[in-house]
Design a protein around this ligand. Structure first.
Ligand code: COA
Length: 187
């Protein structure tokens, strides 16, 4: 089995390259993550203040988790990221969750976001062999909702007042994407 960084390399047909992040990417990942938490605070449940002091060792450990992955787009610096993980509880191990989708403002509308989510979905289906994926997105985030819909995520419900950002309630749209190869019991 090739190393994750090699396995996930995608030809740079559109000027950027996508691969799975590894432990040595921790600092670059954290810098982009913190930019996103500041620049697009309504898009994330996490806040800059909560994550700014996260030790690099904890970030590297997260990148090394075999039951999860963070994919990055490089041009040549890191310009976009998305994470995916398997739910840990024994009764929920057939599904996973997408988190932390972020593309640097200067790199948007080049297909980076879609390419990243497609890579995460492929990893969930083939490496983790999950049955389905979920994600949450602010109901006002039209760009992200359209992106997820174009990949096959469908709305499964709205949770009112899910976040409070800058003193204002934000509703969350929960979405789900069924995966083709996922094993599991019949209904
Ligand atoms: C949402 C985000 C990830 C999209 O990244 P991107 O690389 O610009 O997206 P893509 O170029 O791959 O676009 C894919 C599709 O998303 C939709 N989309 C993306 N940006 C859009 C915009 N500004 N307005 C409307 N639709 C948009 C379109 O349907 C687009 O498909 P098209 O180009 O064929 O029309 C990016 O805007 C971002 O990082 N936003 C801030 C953080 C965020 O909202 N994260 C999501 C948290 S759930």
């Amino acid at each position: 089995m090739p190393a994750p960084a090699e396995r996930d390399a995608v030809p740079p047909a559109t000027g950027y390259q996508i691969r799975r992040l590894v432990e040595t990417d921790a600092a670059e990942f954290q810098a982009l993550r913190l930019l996103g938490l500041q620049e697009s605070s309504q898009a994330f449940a996490a806040s800059y203040e909560e994550e700014a002091d996260t030790p690099m060792s904890a970030i590297a450990e997260r990148l090394a988790d075999p039951e999860a992955a963070v994919f990055g787009a490089f041009d040549p610096a890191l310009i976009g990221v998305v994470g995916v993980y398997r739910q840990a509880k024994a009764k929920m191990r057939h599904h996973g969750h997408i988190w932390g989708m972020y593309v640097h403002p200067a790199a948007r509308r080049r297909g980076v976001g879609r390419a990243l989510v497609l890579e995460a979905v492929d990893f969930a289906a083939t490496a983790l062999r999950l049955r389905y994926l979920t994600l949450g997105v602010n109901v006002a985030n039209r760009a992200a909702i359209d992106l997820y819909r174009s990949i096959g995520f469908v709305p499964i419900g709205v949770e009112r007042d899910f976040l409070v950002v800058d003193g204002l309630f934000q509703d969350e749209l929960h979405m789900r994407c069924d995966l083709p190869q996922g094993p599991g019991p019949s209904r």
